[in-house]
Design a protein around this ligand. Structure first.
Ligand code: UD1
Ligand code: CA
Length: 450
C-alpha cells in the first residue's frame, strides 16, 4: 500500500507574491501540478494534499484532478507539523508514505519510481532523495556514510560553517514506512533557528534511514524565490525544446522561444525566433511558425505558415498562411489553402477552404464559404451595442474594398459587393450589391469659387 502526500500549505514568503507558491506557473503548469505528475506512475491508494495558506484557492485549482484528498494545516508550523496532520487521516493506514515537497517541480517520474523501488528493496524506515549541488545554499545538508545510511539532516541555517561544506543536500522527497514515522512524529521539537517542526528531524529518530543520490542534480531544484523560478523555467524549456528537436522540430533561435508541455508537433516543423506556444497546441507537419508569433491552444494542419501573428483558441487548416500581423481569436476556424493577411482579425468565424482575407479586415461571428475573396478593409459589423449577429457569405463571393456588412446578413453564392458598400439587406446568389452614395461631379467647381 502506498500513500502520497504533497506538502503545499506554505505561504512562500520569499516569492513576495499574492499567489500561494505552489500555484506559481512553470511552462504552463503550476508547481503543485508538476509535483503530482512526478508521482503519476505509482498509482497510489491515497493521494493527499496538505493545504493551509490560501487553502481554498489551491483546492480550487486542483479540483479537476480526481481522487485527491485535502488535509488542512493551520497554522503552518513547518514541514514536520504538516505531516503530523496525517496522523488522523492515516491512522489505519499501513504501508509506505511518499512525501513530496510542493515546490520541487522538475523531478522525473522515473526518479520517484526508483526511490520507491529502492526503499522497498532495502527495507529501510525511510529513504530520501539527495543530490550533490555545486551551490547547496539554502538546502538541508544530509550526513551519510559511504554505504548510504543517513544519520541526520541539518538545515542550512542550523549548520555550523564546517557542516555547510557538506554539499550532499536533501531534495525534500522521502519514502517513509508510515507506521515507523507515525511513532516518532509526535515527538518532534521546535528547537531550531526557525522555531518550526521539521520533517527532516524524523530522519535522525528512525532506526534505518537511507538515501538515494540523483545524478542529474537539476531535478531536485527547489523553488523558494523568483530567481529559482526563472532558473527552473529555463531548465524546463531546455528539456522541452531538446525533446522536440529529437522528434524532428527545427528551432532557428531556441533561446528566444518557449513551449508548454502540452504542445505536440509533427515532422519538419520550423520554429523561428521569438515564437511562443502556450496551452495545448497541436501543430502538423511542415509548418513554419514565426518569427514573432504567439500561439495559445492552437490547432494547425500541415504546411501552415504563421508570421508575426497571434493565434488563440483557433484552428487553421493545411497550407494556409497567416500573417504578417494577423490575430485569430477564440473559435476562429480557418480551412485549407486560405490566406489570412496583414492586419486581419478573425473571431468566432468559419472560413472555408480556398478563401482569402488579405488586408485590414475584421471578421466576427461569420461563416464564409469556399473561395470567398474578402476585399481590403471589409468589416463585419456584428455588434449592435447589445447583441452579436451573424454574417454568412456564400461560396465564390467577393467583397469590394471597404465594405461594411451589417449583421445579421446573408450574401448568397457568387455575390459581388461593390467597393465602399454598406449592406444591410440579404443578397441573392449571383447578384451584384452596391450600397453607396452615387458619385456627383460638379464641373469647374473650384474656378467658380469666389
Ligand atoms: C525543505 C527542507 C530542506 C530541503 C528543502 C528542499 C525542511 C525542514 N527542510 O526546506 O531540508 O533541502 O526543503 O527543497 O523540511 N510547507 C507546508 N507547511 C509548512 C511549511 C512548509 O506545507 O508549515 C510546504 C511548503 O509549501 C513547501 C514545502 O513544504 O512546498 C517545503 O517548505 P519550504 O519552507 O520551502 O522548505 P525549505 O526551507 O525549502
Ligand atoms: Ca523550499
Amino acid at each position: 500500500m502506498l500513500a502520497v502526500a504533497v506538502l503545499a500549505a506554505g505561504k512562500g514568503t520569499r516569492m513576495k507574491s499574492a499567489l500561494p507558491k505552489v500555484l506559481q506557473p512553470l511552462a504552463g503548469a503550476t508547481l503543485v501540478e508538476r509535483v503530482l505528475a512526478s508521482a503519476g506512475n505509482l498509482l497510489p491508494e491515497r493521494r493527499i494534499l496538505i493545504v493551509g495558506h490560501q487553502a481554498g484557492r489551491v483546492e480550487q485549482q486542483l479540483s479537476l484532478i480526481g481522487g485527491l484528498e485535502f488535509v488542512l494545516q493551520d497554522p503552518q508550523n513547518g514541514t514536520g507539523h504538516a505531516v503530523q496532520q496525517l496522523l488522523t487521516p492515516l491512522q489505519d493506514f499501513e504501508g509506505e508514505l511518499l512525501v513530496l515537497n510542493g515546490d520541487v517541480p522538475l523531478l522525473r517520474a522515473e526518479t520517484i519510481d526508483q526511490l520507491v523501488a529502492t526503499h522497498r528493496d532495502s527495507g529501510a524506515d525511510v529513504t530520501l532523495l539527495t543530490a550533490r549541488l555545486k551551490d547547496p545554499t539554502g538546502y538541508g545538508r544530509v550526513f551519510a556514510t559511504a554505504d548510504g545510511l543517513v544519520s541526520a539532516i541539518v538545515e542550512h541555517r542550523d549548520c555550523s560553517e564546517q557542516q555547510r561544506c557538506n554539499n550532499l543536500t536533501n531534495a525534500g522527497i522521502y519514502c517513509f514506512n508510515w507506521c515507523k514515522l507515525a511513532a516518532v512524529l509526535p515527538t518532534l521539537s521546535t528547537d531550531n533557528d526557525q522555531g518550526e517542526l521539521y520533517l527532516t528531524d524524523t530522519v535522525g529518530m528512525l532506526d534505518r534511514a537511507m538515501h538515494l543520490e540523483v545524478l542529474d542534480s537539476d531535478e531536485v531544484n527547489g523553488i523558494n524565490n523568483r530567481r529559482q523560478l526563472a532558473q527552473c523555467e529555463a531548465l524546463l524549456q531546455q528539456r522541452l525544446k531538446e525533446h522536440w528537436m529529437d522528434e524532428g522540430v527545427t528551432f532557428i533561435d531556441p533561446d528566444s522561444c518557449s513551449l508548454s508541455e502540452t504542445c505536440q508537433f509533427g515532422r519538419d516543423v520550423v520554429i523561428e525566433a521569438q515564437t511562443h506556444l502556450r496551452g495545448t497546441c497541436r501543430i502538423g507537419d511542415n509548418c513554419r511558425l514565426g518569427p514573432g508569433s504567439l500561439l495559445e491552444n492552437a490547432v494547425l494542419g500541415d504546411g501552415v505558415t504563421v508570421l508575426h501573428s497571434v493565434i488563440n483558441m483557433a484552428e487553421v487548416g493545411s497550407n494556409t498562411t497567416v500573417g504578417p500581423f494577423a490575430h485569430l481569436r477564440p473559435a476562429a476556424a480557418i480551412g485549407d489553402d486560405c490566406k489570412i493577411g496583414n492586419f486581419v482579425e478573425v473571431k468566432k468565424s468559419t472560413i472555408a477552404s480556398g478563401s482569402k482575407v488579405n488586408h485590414l479586415s475584421y471578421i466576427g461571428d461569420a461563416e464564409l464559404g469556399t473561395n470567398v475573396n474578402v476585399g481590403a478593409g471589409t468589416i463585419t459589423a456584428n455588434y449592435d451595442g447589445v447583441n452579436k449577429h451573424r454574417t454568412v457569405i456564400g461560396d465564390d463571393s467577393k467583397t469590394g474594398a471597404n465594405s461594411v456588412l451589417v449583421a445579421p446578413i446573408t450574401l448568397g453564392k457568387s455575390v459581388t459587393v461593390a467597393a465602399g458598400s454598406t449592406l444591410t439587406k440579404n443578397v441573392a446568389d449571383g447578384a451584384l450589391a452596391i450600397g453607396r452614395a452615387k458619385q456627383m461631379i460638379k464641373e469647374n467647381w473650384s474656378a467658380a469659387k469666389p
